[in-house]
Each structure stands twice: as C-alpha cells, then as structure tokens.
Unconditional design. Structure first.
Length: 121
C-alpha cells in the first residue's frame, strides 16, 4: 500500500493539491476517504499501472536492490522455496525487529543524504 502526493509548497510544508491512493482496503476505508477529501482532491491509481505512481515504484525498486537484498534471509523471487539456495538462505540468522528498524532508518538516512542527491539540488 502506498500514498503518493503532489504539492505546491509555499516555503516549507503545505497541503498537497492531490492525493493518489492505491486500492488497498486501508485506503478505501470511509474514515480515510472522508479525512483526505476534506483536505484536497483524491484520485485512485489504476490497478497494475506502475506509471500512475512512478516515484513510488522507483523507490520500491531502490529499497529492494539496495537494502532488502542485503538483509540476511532475503530470498529473491527467482529462487524456489525448495531449492538448495533457498535452504541455505533459510539457515541465516535474521535481524530482530529492532535491528531491522535501525538498519532501515540508517539506509533511509544515507539514501536521503547521498552525494549524487546533493549535486542535483
């Protein structure tokens, strides 16, 4: 599930001009819809149309290739759960929730403060 928004900002902060939501049950709940429509325009992305939300899809790709693939126990889609590779992966000690959360926060901090990002501003 994801939320994408477009926003014309004056200074820092502001209310988005538009919210785009996927069709997950968390976002189609009446209370969520009522709240968002009081603030701004609401649009739903089409199912299976990543081009409706390219920034979100790109970030998910980055998250998978630069963070999740380093996670102990990460299993690529290409592996069958019963393959020898999958069995070896399954033997690895996994991070605890706190370790995972810490590593994700570190990744996001590094990602948002990387050199190539600063060069484009």
């Amino acid at each position: 599930m994801w939320i994408s928004f477009k926003c014309k900002l004056t200074g820092i902060g502001g209310i988005p001009d538009e919210f785009m939501l996927d069709n997950g049950t968390a976002y189609t709940a009446n209370r969520v819809l009522e709240f968002i429509t009081q603030l701004t325009d609401l649009k739903f992305a089409r199912a299976h149309h990543g081009d409706d939300k390219p920034h979100v899809e790109r970030f998910f790709g980055t998250l998978i290739t630069h963070f999740l693939e380093t996670y102990p126990g990460y299993m690529p889609k290409r592996f069958s759960r019963n393959s020898a590779e999958a069995k070896e992966i399954g033997k690895k000690k996994l991070w605890t929730f706190d370790e995972f959360e810490r590593e994700l926060k570190n990744f996001l901090d590094d990602y948002n403060h990387r050199e190539d990002l600063n060069e484009t501003r």
